[in-house]
Design a protein around this ligand. Structure first.
Ligand code: NAD
Length: 239
């Protein structure tokens, strides 16, 4: 029970990769709050649901105040909530661009500007940002998404520096998953998914549990000397 006594917040924790991260942290003893604007799709011991749209600045503040009031300290934050609105750049609308930036990039910022300083003031913590291989390699039809996922890597390095400045162990790392079997891939045609699988060294897509295992490692003291890093969990992908 390496996370016993720790409180973890996971955005987008109602399903997909976020759900597996919540289960994995809770199974190691953490009390976990799944913040999501969608409905909770499962029940698991020590995982509770908090309805939150991470683009809502006031909502994030209310969540933060209530959580600190109730539990005292937040030890782990996983910025996992994310969306896609794919289109070729020449056809991409302002709405598609703005929404993806607002959720994937500003949403993480909304949470970290509250929880980062809180961790610094309370003695430490671990922040894990979910990026993507698309933020590392780029991808046709995903200019908005690629910009946010590359931005998350820049934020990870920046926050790792900012929140450790006073010598308090706040660690900030990112995971860049490859194509992983969740609902987010529902809009991607099967033949394209098959092609993506062939582009990996392991010749298959990922499972959400395989991302959650790395999140658990980064959340726990097992990774106590790792910060500012992006770990690609993609089966050896080259896009
Ligand atoms: N599945 C993949 O292939 C893959 C690959 C690389 C990166 N990722 C990233 O992993 C993360 C999780 O993706 P997933 O595949 O589990 O997707 P998913 O669509 O299954 O789950 C995303 C969750 O985020 C929630 N969410 C969306 N917008 C929100 C908002 N504004 N506020 C609060 N919650 C919100 C949704 O309700 C949903 O529960 C995302 O950041 C995604 O970009 C996924």
């Amino acid at each position: 029970m390496k996370l016993k006594g720790r409180l973890a917040v996971v955005t987008g924790g109602a399903k997909g990769i976020g759900m597996e991260i919540c289960k994995s942290l809770a199974s190691k003893g953490a009390r976990v709050i799944a913040c999501d604007m969608g409905e909770m799709t499962y029940q698991f011991d020590n995982v509770s649901y908090y309805p939150l749209n991470i683009t809502d600045v006031d909502g994030c503040k209310k969540f933060f105040d209530e959580t600190v009031e109730k539990y005292g300290k937040i030890d782990i934050l996983v910025n996992n909530a994310g969306i896609t609105r794919d289109s070729m750049t020449r056809k991409m609308t302002d709405d598609q661009w703005n929404l993806v930036l607002d959720v994937n990039l500003k949403g993480a910022f909304n949470m970290v500007r509250l929880i980062g300083p809180h961790m610094e003031a309370t003695g430490g913590g671990s922040i894990i940002n979910i990026s993507s291989v698309v933020g590392v390699f780029g991808n046709i039809g995903q200019a908005n998404y690629a910009a946010t996922k590359a931005g998350i890597i820049g934020l990870t390095m920046t926050w790792a520096k900012e929140f450790a400045r006073k010598g308090v162990p706040v660690r900030v790392n990112a995971i860049a998953p490859g194509y992983t079997m969740t609902d987010i891939l529902k809009t991607v045609p099967q033949d394209l998914l098959d092609q993506f699988a062939q582009m990996t060294m392991l010749k298959r897509l990922g499972q959400p549990e395989e991302i959650a295992k790395v999140a658990l490692f980064l959340a726990s003291d097992d990774s106590s000397y790792i910060t500012g890093q992006t770990i690609q969990v993609d089966g050896g992908m080259r896009l």
